[in-house]
Structures are given as structure tokens and as C-alpha cells.
Write a protein that binds this ligand. Structure first.
Ligand SMILES: Nc1ncnc2c1ncn2[C@@H]1O[C@H](COP(=O)(O)OP(=O)(O)OP(=O)(O)O)[C@@H](O)[C@H]1O
Length: 790
């Protein structure tokens, strides 16, 4: 095949034979998809109708049900833009391709789509290659400089099962109009279309336009920690999500059992990215914030910066250890007397000290060592009692046999007062309980924070919430709960207890169900049951029924992982990873002992006072120097008009970092509006409501100012969005109004980073509204009006 058309073309539909050719293929692909869907539905129906007598048959039936449902979800997800790319190999490349197992030669044309589809003809020809298949890779990598045996790459745009346009690039001719040698862009026309599209508030996938540097990260075979650093808008999040999809495709067996966890900075962000993986046909991924990673806790409390910073610090480790040890108490100098068997037992420091040493020397977690503590304390008390009642009045020698001692020991075990007193010195703990007491009890806090300043203690102190124990837990508390759960050994006992309680509950529900069934038998049979009539009890007992319910409460890997704190994942992806504190990293690392992780972030965007500014500091303690860094260098989001300001900020935040190259300019210069004192939020709202900007718009302001800003904006137009800077992390909007940048800079120890994040959220336009003087780097921004007044 030779190059006949040296430039990318998008043809007029009525004249171009390529459209008809691609439409014919598209029709064949959709026809096959429809047959697959119909077959799967039929099989699902059959499966559901099958009776499953034994638990094993039931479990088999459920795994088929799961498989068919997943397939149907995948087909539905693939419906939109199913086929998007085509590669035509050169004759030489084709000749060099190996023949496959059946002796068939490789096809000269490869068609690429969201999922792989084989035809149901007798040769199982490939109608569509999955974008993740190795044979699809040149679609993302080939350039005129390195054409990878590709003669022509074609982009096929479709809508509702109809081909809208095609555009071709001829890679052998060595020159392709539009491809930008400076930033190494492939598939440029499709990319530019994607980047210019108005945002919807939900992230979309980028399978049609993945770029080379992104593809290399998505498909990396590295099995350790891989850090992807890149400026705002370089596609880090997009890459993370496509890597998850790629890994699930390539290591399907392994990862469908162990699961993939993606950690994001906040709920808004998770909602924003939530549709990307399902649109790629992948649903088995758990998306979570740090604040939601501890089962049954939804941390909605808000910390002061000082508190969040302390809670994220590794020094908390010693504090939590001390807090747990602080619950292993001694009775004090006088001891405690408890009546027993007509005498007074003395529970004193010697008795409890011996029990405590024994329990501590087991090196088991607190709750798990309690058994040793109680055993040794009761042994000591039994010996004390035996000495008192069973020694010779003459010489004090023991009169009691070891059997007598055993009897005393057993009686002690049954004595509530004794056991309660002993246990109170080594009680069963819960992470929530310890944390709440630590914050609420100044003496306990002081004992647990040796070497801390009073100011630091005051930052942690908080009144115990009269409501639920975890009502005011903050996201920074969650890693502390997790740490405490380890120290306490809460997991095993508590998980067992919950599991047993759930089972008892199911059993009793099953019993109730059976009782209802039996109760609804015809009354006239009550006294004289017809032996020919089978009753529910004859068919199934409560235990079996409960088991059956257990099976039907089928949960995905992600769902099971979510409710189990000790679940370890096959792969973990952390997005906006620069925001995680040291304590949060400890929690994440517990979820991934194999350390197979993709970590995405930008240390220049760190806003959290406990976040990190050095990847080496984060990972060296866990994997020494065995972590790999990749960088993304092209900014796909922000036009160069905005990037000018962003880069100035970057230069001051992190001069050593290379500023990403903006891929496009749109001619829309950022500008600043000075508002009258106290009128900034209203002026920003007025600006937005009067503007005729297309796409999504938000006002971004400092966290501390967001409530007031929202109220003022709502008075103008309640539909206008206002985002606190922390909540805007990772999101993007077509138009961004940065409200009072001086507050962003002054409001936090990492203020310049916050401003950097704010201006880089925009895909089209930035306007600054301010009452105070502008930060230095924005001072030369064009001004519109000297002052906007009421
Ligand atoms: N190859 C690509 N093709 C099309 N769009 C892309 C591509 N790469 C990135 N984008 C788009 O660029 C925008 C920015 O991507 P993304 O949010 O992943 O960047 P980021 O590096 O995570 O940014 P931030 O650090 O600011 O959160 C998104 O709209 C994304 O869809």
C-alpha cells in the first residue's frame, strides 16, 4: 500500500467513498454487538429460571448471573463511539507479521474500538480490537518519525451508529500537516476537537486520543510504585483511569479477585471521574476518598489547618501508642478491694502490674492481649486468696492442694465484681472511643502527647460530641482510626462480632420467613396435618435459608473490599497524591502490601498542610529507592493565555519543575476586575450572570470565604456554582472566576499553590475579581473597569 493522500482529511459525507466503507463496517460491528447482547440476555434468562438445589449450584448460578450482567453492562457502555480507529499496515509490515495459531496471516487492516469483538463466522475474524490490545498500540504511538509499520491511521467519528466523518494520516509520507513536532502530538485533529469540547461536569474517557507519553504510563509493566508527576491539565487523572482499565484487561483474573482501589481527594472529584471506567466497560473498581476508607465511618467533620496538619504528622504514631497504653491502667497506690468468699481481695499494683507485663510481653494488639491480662490477674488473685485462707497458722506453709487452687480460680472467673474490676484496667477498646476520649479529655491528651506544646494540644482538643461517637470525625481522623485499629487489634474481634451478628440476624429472618410460611398453611390442616402436603420446613431449614440469602446477597469484589478494613488490593491508584499526609500513606500502604501502585500527583499543587512536597520523602520509607518516576509534560486543559500566569506561579512555588507546554491558545486573555469593598462576591456573580460564556462556569474562592461567597452569589443567582479551593482540586470548568486571590494566598501556608490550582481549573477563560490588591504575579493582568460598584 502506498501513500496517496499526504494530509489529514475530513471528507464531505456525500462524496467520500470512505464513509460508505466505514459505515458498512460499523453496521457489521453493531449487528454483531446486538447478537451478542441478545444471546447474553437469553442465557441470563435461562440461568435465572434454573433451580439451584444445593448451595454449590446456587453459587454457580450466581457467578453466571454476575458474568452475564457484567457482559451486558459492558455492551451497553461500549454502545457510544464503539468504533473509532483504523490502522492500515504497510505491505512490508504485513509480510513481516507472524502467522497466527491457525495459520492465518495477520489482517492488513486493524480496526480499533472500545471493546474487542470477534465475528461469529466460522473463522472468528476480528471485527474490532480492544484499544488495550497490544496490536492496537501503534494507533497511539505511530508518528511519521516512527511509523511502526503503519501506512495509514484513520480516525472514524460516529454518532448514534452512523459514521459522521473520517480523517486520515499517512505516516509513511513523512509529513503530516498539523502534527506538532514540538510537543509530540499524535492524532492531532481528533485531539483538538476533544480539547475544545465544552465540559459537562463529568470527565470523559480519552481512548480515541491517548498521547504517547500517556500511553507509556498506561501500559507500563512496572510492578512496583510508579509515580506520575505532571502539572495541571497534563492528563494525570485521565491516565490513572485508563491505566486501571488497562490493568483490569491485562490482568483480569488476578485483579477481578483482589480488586483495584482508586483514591481521590473528595466526593465531588469522585463523582466527576465516576463515569469514566464504566464507560470503558469496567465496573469492578472501588473509588474512595481517604475519609471513606474506614468501614462504617463517613468523616464529614472539618479540621482547622493546624489540627489537620498535626493529625497527619508521623508524631501521631507515638501519641496513639501512648493513648492505647494509657488505657492499660494500674489501680493506684492504695489498690482496690473487692469482697470475695468472705474475705477482701486486694487488687493492687503488684497484681495488675504482673498481669500487664505478661499481656504486653505477648506483643499482641491490645484487645487480643486482654485474655492474657485477665488470666494472669486471676491467677495472681487466686494465689493471694489461697495464701490468705489456706496457710498454716503456725508456719505459714500452704495447706491447699493445687486442685483447691483451681477451684478458687474458677470461682474468681465467675465473680462479676472481680472480673469487672480487673477488666476495667485493660478494657476492650474501639478506635473511635480512644480517639474521642483523647481529644475530649485534657489530662489523657496531655499524658499521650509528651513533648508537645500546649498550643499543639489545644489544636487537637475538642469536646466529645453528644451525638453519635463518630459524628464529628474529619478525614484526617480516618488514618488515625486505622492506625488505632491495628494497635488495638480491633479488626479481628470486631469483624468476627459483626459477622456473627449478621449471621444471627439472617438466621432469625430466615426463621421468621419459615414461620410465616408455616403459619399461612390452611387452618383446617393445623390439627391434623395431611402427610401428603409438604410444608416449608420439610424442604428447607432456617440455616439453609439463611445460607441461600447469604448467596443471593451477592457482592462485587469492590463492595466486599469496601466493608472490610483488612482487605488488600491487587493494585492501588492514588490521585492528587500530594495531598496525602504521612499518616494517610500508612493507611494506604496497609491496603497494598505488594506495593503495586500508580501514584498520580503534582507537588506544586499541594494545598493540604500535611501533604507532601517530595515523592522521595513519601516512598523511601516503604520501598527505599525502588520507585519509578514518570513525567507528563503537555497541558491539555489550559490555553496558553492562562498558562502564562500559571507558569509564573510555578516558577515561585517550585522553580526546579519544568512548566508543562500548553497545547493550544484560544485568544481569550485573562482579565481582572476590582470590586468595591465588601462587594467582591456579588460582583463576581453579576459578572457570571450577565456574561454570555458557553459551557460550565464556577467561582473559586478560599475555603474560609466560601460560605459568605455562596450566600452573596445566591442572592444574585442561586444557580451559579461556587467552589472552595480545596473542593475544586482535580476538577475543571470552561470558565473560572477567581474570587479574591489575595485570600487564597494569605489563607494557607501553601497559598501560592492554591492560587496555582485555581487558575489552572479553566479550559477556556479566567477572570479575577478582587477587592484587595492583586498578588504580584497577577498584577499586569488586563483590567476591565477601575471599580465595579453596586
Ligand atoms: N490525550 C488526551 N486526549 C483528550 N483529552 C485529554 C487527553 N489528555 C488529557 N485530556 C483532557 O485534559 C483535561 C485534563 O486532564 P486531567 O484532569 O486528567 O489532568 P490532571 O493532570 O489530572 O490535572 P490536575 O492536576 O489539574 O488535576 C481533561 O479534560 C482530560 O480529558
Amino acid at each position: 500500500m502506498t501513500a496517496s493522500n499526504p494530509s489529514p482529511t475530513t471528507a464531505a459525507p456525500e462524496t467520500d467513498p470512505r464513509l460508505a466503507e466505514e459505515q458498512a463496517h460499523l453496521d457489521a460491528v453493531y449487528a454483531r454487538l446486538d447478537r451478542m447482547r441478545a444471546n447474553t440476555r437469553r442465557r441470563l434468562g435461562e440461568t435465572l429460571r434454573e433451580s439451584a438445589g444445593t448451595p454449590q449450584a446456587l453459587s454457580e448460578r450466581e457467578s453466571y448471573e454476575k458474568m452475564y450482567n457484567e457482559d451486558l453492562a459492558k455492551f451497553d457502555a461500549a454502545e457510544h463511539n464503539l468504533y473509532f480507529g483504523r490502522l492500515d499496515l504497510t505491505d512490508e509490515a504485513l509480510a513481516a507479521e507472524p502467522v497466527d495459531d491457525r495459520g492465518d496471516a495477520t489482517e492488513q487492516v486493524r480496526r480499533i474500538g472500545r471493546i474487542g469483538i470477534l465475528n461469529d463466522d466460522d473463522r472468528d475474524t476480528t471485527l474490532l480490537l480492544d484499544w488495550r490490545a497490544p496490536l492496537s498500540r501503534p494507533f497511539y504511538l505511530a508518528t511519521p518519525a516512527a511509523p511502526e509499520g503503519i501506512d495509514r491511521r484513520r480516525h472514524v467519528r460516529t454518532r448514534s451508529r452512523a459514521v459522521r466523518s473520517v480523517s486520515d494520516e499517512y505516516l509513511q509520507s513523512g509529513q503530516i500537516d498539523g502534527d506538532r513536532a514540538d510537543v509530540n502530538v499524535v492524532n492531532e485533529s481528533a485531539l483538538v476537537d476533544a480539547l475544545n469540547a465544552a465540559r459537562t461536569g463529568e470527565m470523559t474517557d480519552i481512548v480515541e486520543t491517548i498521547q504517547r507519553e500517556q500511553d507509556e504510563i498506561i501500559r507500563t509493566t512496572h510492578r512496583g510504585v510508579m509515580v506520575v508527576q505532571g502539572g495541571p491539565g497534563t492528563g494525570k487523572t485521565a491516565v490513572a483511569l485508563h491505566r486501571a482499565a488497562y490493568l483490569l484487561y491485562t490482568y483480569r483474573d488476578l485483579l477481578s479477585r483482589s480488586g483495584v482501589l482508586i483514591i481521590g481527594p473528595n466526593d465531588d472529584f469522585l463523582r466527576y471521574i465516576g463515569q469514566v471506567l464504566p464507560s470503558l466497560g469496567e465496573t469492578g473498581v472501588l473509588l474512595s476518598t481517604i475519609g471513606d476508607l474506614f468501614p462504617d465511618v463517613h468523616a464529614a467533620g472539618v479540621d482547622t489547618r493546624a489540627a489537620a496538619s498535626l493529625k497527619g504528622d508521623q508524631r501521631m504514631l507515638a501519641v496513639l501508642k501512648a493513648a492505647v497504653r494509657g488505657r492499660q491502667s494500674l489501680p493506684g497506690r492504695g489498690g482496690i478491694t473487692v469482697p470475695f468468699d468472705g474475705y477482701e481481695l486486694m487488687i493492687d499494683n503488684d497484681v495488675i502490674g504482673a498481669a500487664r507485663s505478661a499481656a504486653r510481653s505477648t506483643r499482641r494488639a491490645h484487645n487480643l492481649a486482654q485474655r492474657t491480662f485477665i488470666r494472669v490477674a486471676l491467677d495472681e488473685l487466686a494465689a493471694q486468696h489461697a495464701r490468705r485462707i489456706g496457710s498454716s497458722a503456725l508456719d505459714g506453709s500452704p495447706l491447699l492442694t493445687s486442685a483447691d487452687l483451681d477451684d478458687i480460680r474458677q470461682e474468681l472467673e465467675l465473680d462479676d465484681a472481680v472480673v469487672t474490676t480487673v477488666t476495667s484496667m485493660w478494657p476492650q477498646l474501639t478506635p473511635q472511643g480512644v480517639l474521642r476520649d483523647l481529644y475530649a479529655d485534657p489530662a489523657y491528651l496531655r499524658r499521650s502527647t509528651r513533648g508537645w506544646t500546649d498550643e499543639e494540644r489545644a489544636a487537637l482538643h475538642r469536646q466529645a460530641s453528644p451525638a453519635a461517637a463518630d459524628a464529628d470525625l474529619s478525614p484526617a481522623d480516618v488514618p488515625l482510626l486505622d492506625e488505632l485499629a491495628e494497635l488495638i487489634g480491633y479488626r479481628t474481634d470486631e469483624a468476627d462480632r459483626i459477622e456473627r451478628a449478621r449471621w444471627r440476624q439472617r438466621l432469625s429472618e430466615a426463621q421468621d420467613a419459615l414461620d410465616i410460611l408455616t403459619g399461612s398453611a390452611p387452618q383446617d390442616l393445623e390439627d391434623d396435618l395431611d402427610p401428603e402436603i409438604l410444608m416449608a420446613y420439610d424442604l428447607i431449614d432456617a440455616e439453609q435459608l439463611a445460607q441461600r440469602q447469604e448467596h443471593t446477597q451477592y457482592r462485587t469484589t469492590a463492595e466486599r473490599a469496601y466493608t472490610d478494613r483488612t482487605w488488600t488490593f491487587g493494585h492501588v491508584i492514588v490521585d492528587e497524591a500530594q495531598e496525602l499526609s504521612s499518616m494517610a500513606w500508612r493507611m494506604v500502604m496497609r491496603r497494598i502490601p505488594n506495593r503495586w501502585m500508580t501514584v498520580i500527583g503534582d507537588t506544586a499543587q499541594t494545598g493540604d498542610a500535611a501533604g507532601s512536597t517530595s515523592w522521595s520523602d513519601v516512598f523511601t520509607p516503604y520501598v527505599a529507592n525502588r520507585w519509578r518516576l514518570s513525567e507528563l509534560t503537555v497541558n491539555y486543559r489550559t490555553p496558553s493565555e492562562i498558562t502564562v500566569y500559571a507558569n509564573r506561579l510555578l516558577e515561585r512555588i517550585s522553580p526546579e519543575q519544568q512548566a508543562p507546554t500548553s497545547l493550544r491558545s484560544n485568544g481569550i486573555e485573562p482579565y481582572a476586575i476590582r470590586a468595591a469593598d465588601g462587594d467582591g462576591a456579588r460582583a463576581a456573580a453579576a459578572l457570571v450572570s450577565e456574561a454570555d460564556w458557553s459551557g460550565l462556569t464556577t467561582i473559586i474562592t478560599a475555603d474560609a470565604a466560601v460560605a459568605d461567597a455562596r450566600a452573596a452569589v445566591a442572592a444574585v443567582d442561586p444557580t451559579i456554582q461556587v467552589h472552595a479551593i480545596t473542593a475544586s482540586k482535580g476538577l475543571e470548568f470552561d470558565n473560572v472566576v477567581v474570587l479574591e486571590p489575595a485570600d487564597l494566598v494569605d489563607g494557607s501556608p501553601r497559598g501560592l499553590s492554591d492560587l496555582y490550582v485555581a487558575v489552572t481549573r479553566a479550559t477556556q477563560r479566567v477572570v479575577v475579581v478582587h477587592e484587595k490588591d492583586l498578588p504580584e504575579d497577577l498584577r499586569d493582568m488586563a483590567r476591565v473597569g477601575k471599580q465595579v460598584t453596586r
